[in-house]
Design a protein around this ligand. Sequence first.
Ligand code: NDP
Length: 469
Amino acid sequence: MSYDFDLFVIGAGSGGIATARRAAQYGAKVGIVESDRLGGTCVNRGCVPKKLMVYASHFPAGFEESAGYGWTVGESSFDWLKMITAVNDEVTRLNGIYQRMLDTSEVKLYEGYGKFIDAHTIEIGDNLDSPYNAGNPRNGLSRKVTAEKILIAVGGKPVKPKNIKGIEHAITSREIFNVKEQPKRMVIIGGGYIGVEFACILNGLGTEVTVVIRGDKILRGFDEDIRDEIQTGMQNHGIKFVTGCNCDRMVIDKTDSGLKITVPTNDGKEETIVADAASLAATGRKPDLANLGLENTQVEVVKGAVAVDEYNKTAEDNIYAVGDCTDRINLTPVAINEGRAFADTHFGGQSRQMSYENVPSAVFTTPEAATVGLSEAEAKEKYGDAVKVYRSKFRPMYYTLPDKQEKTMMKLIVDTNTDKVVGAHMVGDGAAEIIQGVAVAVKMGATKANFDATVGIHPSSAEEFVTMR
Ligand code: NDP
């Protein structure tokens, strides 16, 4: 049987585009469909605009610290709309780059919403359910394409907790990048990556921020020292926390003076916080599978995510899935790696699986944090008493002249049976940049002796990783 395409990809985000291009490089005839702007969450509503806003949020502290180095900075002011416009202009520039990359790879792009008619046929129509396309249908008529293999790379979307009364008044990370006026007071519900990153961005830009969490600590799943260090750092920078929230019984009321948020806590008390028009629900994301027509295939959905094997294959032999819609490790570079492994395997004559061991990640809070490998608790569960922990906390040299009490914390976790470093964690300036390098060593199976034998770069914070005793 002949098909229109060797591979057809649904979703032109990080995973979908990387896969399409790699397959096309091997000579496959590839098509891709996208109902929104190219680049997916990472480029349009995630990593990229977020990181640009992180940079924007660091300037006030920099102005203050410069005095310690003899600088006098004139009166400074911040224009939120100017920042939002600049950030969105950069996103538009990146959309164009993605378009050119698809063009040069000879991947055919369809604008519209892809839906399975059967295991080999996709109907491309308008995404009438998307608030972004409402009233602006791109294609009037739907078309059908057929493909030998189909890759689902549709990503995820934020979820708002349904039980919170008045949750419709809260925005999510989808909308925050288009808010035209800086919120003066913001309540953030949720202490995951998105909640804490936006808490720090907004706080740095001068918004009064309160973070509401169910437990007593942010960033569940991270090393306990990392969670404590970030949360303490955030509090020291003026962010308020309401912990032990009985979030299901929270109420958000719209009043003349803003949003009144009533937060019952597990100890029977109640906090009332008043915020501006918007508050942010950062309570997790889920695969975006609505209207995909999966019921017309054998593809299985387990706990809301597309179920795949280690080669990204679904229960339908010719349909594969990568990235957040499979809910494995929801990070851009993971989706890209999964997609390239798939393309190498099916179009490049190799047999490749993505390795999920020692995937590093960073949280772009202030203070920043990054991590690779096992947390102390995970290591102890796996290796018991053989675990040795090296910890170092210090004030980086940069803060001496401004005389600020900002700290950096580093931690190495070693399995003494083998001397291997099984976890490396850091909270402090440059954590993401530093841990990326350390991750290479950890991934290669470096031992503590290897770290000790490495000469430090002096003076730097990073050298602490090779001098811990
Ligand atoms: P996360 O799953 O990381 O965190 C969700 C947070 O919301 C948790 O604190 C959770 O609390 C809380 N929560 C969940 N349900 C409720 C509820 N009903 N009421 C109150 N609080 C609730 O989700 P995010 O949205 O922050 O991020 C999604 C994913 O995006 C991440 O897992 C990550 O993979 C990716 N991401 C990565 C970034 C990076 O690499 N820097 C940046 C941003 C996103 P509890 O702990 O109590 O369950």
